[in-house]
Write a protein that binds this ligand. Sequence first.
Ligand code: GSH
Length: 202
Amino acid sequence: MKLYHSPKAVNPERTFNFLKAKGKLDAVELVEVSIMKGEHKSAEYRVISPFAQVPALVLDDGTNITESRAICTYFENLFPEPNLMGTDAKEKALIEMWDRRIEMQMMAPFAQWFRNAHPMMAPLENPQLPDAAAKSETIVKKFAKRLDDHLQGRNWLAVDRFTIADITLYLTCGFCGVMQWKPHREHDNIGRVYAAIKERLA
Ligand SMILES: N[C@@H](CCC(=O)N[C@@H](CS)C(=O)NCC(=O)O)C(=O)O
């Protein structure tokens, strides 16, 4: 199977690091797609990913999976160990709850801030809207404070072991650096958990 990947872009890095945490990077053929060069908008790539987004997983039977979390779910079922998405009803729910919260309340507003404010994103986000950037910055910074409170006394984000939710948190914090904002430096509990995830993924 082929994994279409863009190093340094948060969603592709999510699937890449998930597979890496499974110790199964050799199970895929990696194909690099340069977002900055616009390769994801080519007619050839749109056949694989109609929404022109990365990552994409193409199975040997030709099936295309083009949502990062869905790709992770596929890998989780293919390679059950180590378990990263929960083993019972309660764990699965808690892990999904926190993974989606990071995705929707941290990664998504941060992306809106970045896309509407950073000069590098001007070709992809036209027009850039300063008001949308300012509002998203406020939302994501408020969420980071609440997240830090949640992490008080915890070693990992969702349950008492490393999971997909930690991978999503770690990569989202790294992504935030493009706006010179490092939630893991600003908030002690996020910083402590971030360091543990970094060590686990090394
Ligand atoms: N929901 C999709 C989102 C994928 C996504 O937004 N990918 C970004 C890179 S992190 C992308 O392809 N951006 C291209 C663009 O904005 O034109 C997923 O999680 O797979």
